[in-house]
Design a protein around this ligand. Structure first.
Ligand code: AMP
Length: 254
């Protein structure tokens, strides 16, 4: 089974986001960029399908292809996926902000060419928090989708996916080929070992352009303004429950 994993390069999750002084967006200059954490979970799950782990039978995935759409530096993101255990990469070179619909259209082009049995994406990219690409891709392909997966069980031409939904867990059976998006609790990605980082340098990366898939990446959305979240006010300590209730009433909470 061939598994395709789209991976996005984003600002490292440990860093504090700074808004540009003119409010036109987020300042990314000289900041560490990393693989989107949900994409890292997606790669880890595919590798477990290949190696046998996380409840998967060994060799249930036979080839893992990582795809990234972004600038030249997205090669580093692909190398990261290759160091975790993906077999090869595809970089679709595109500068600037690429909106989810354009990403989904490009991924559809890649999927038409690669014909994977399963596509595992992150549930969201932590930069724009769109949580849209997996769903758009499933619609464009007319494939079944199971989003926010916290467990995946493969059996023949089906996947049984446990989803984290409000108020509990939902279990879905989807026929393959299918689109799955990962939630945080699906697995804990490994640290890539040094030998695997070295091996990853030799794995092939194909370079493509959006035009190869007939996709126009011109933005359809316009950012009006970007602002920092409001500063949190200092808290107060209360001595009694009655005082607490009074303060909550004052604040209009109860
Ligand atoms: P989003 O819908 O933007 O929150 O992203 C959800 C998922 O779509 C990510 O976790 C990736 O798996 C995939 N994705 C989004 N943008 C890209 C990109 N530029 N390159 C590769 N994969 C992407």
């Amino acid at each position: 089974m061939k598994v395709l994993v789209p991976v996005k390069r984003v600002l490292d999750y440990n860093l504090k986001v700074r808004v540009k002084p003119d409010g036109s967006g987020v300042d990314l200059s000289n900041l560490k960029m990393s693989i989107n954490p949900f994409c890292e979970i997606a790669v880890e799950e595919a590798v477990r399908m290949k190696e046998g782990g996380g409840g998967h039978t060994k060799d249930s995935a036979t080839e893992i292809v990582a795809v990234s759409i972004g600038p030249d530096q997205s090669q580093e993101t692909l190398r990261n996926a290759l160091a975790i255990g993906a077999d090869r990469g595809i970089l679709v070179k595109a500068d600037g902000e690429i909106e989810p619909l354009a990403v989904a259209k490009i991924l559809k082009g890649v999927i038409d060419a690669e014909k994977p049995d399963l596509v595992i994406l992150g549930k969201q990219a932590i930069d724009d928090d769109n949580n849209a690409t997996a769903q758009m891709l499933a619609a464009l392909l007319d494939w079944p989708q199971a989003t926010f997966a916290s467990k995946i069980v493969l059996a023949g031409s089906k996947a049984t996916v446990t989803r984290e939904v409000d108020g509990g867990l939902q279990t879905l059976d989807v026929d393959l080929p299918a689109i799955i998006s990962t939630d945080l609790r699906l697995n804990e990605p490994r640290y890539a070992s040094l030998p695997n980082i070295m091996k990853a340098k030799k794995k092939p990366i194909d370079v493509k352009a959006p035009a190869d898939y007939g996709v126009d990446t011109a933005p359809r959305l316009k950012t009006i303004k970007t602002t920092e979240p409001g500063k949190r006010q200092a808290g107060i300590k209360v001595k009694t429950t009655a005082e607490l209730v009074g303060k909550l009433k004052e604040a209009g909470v109860i």
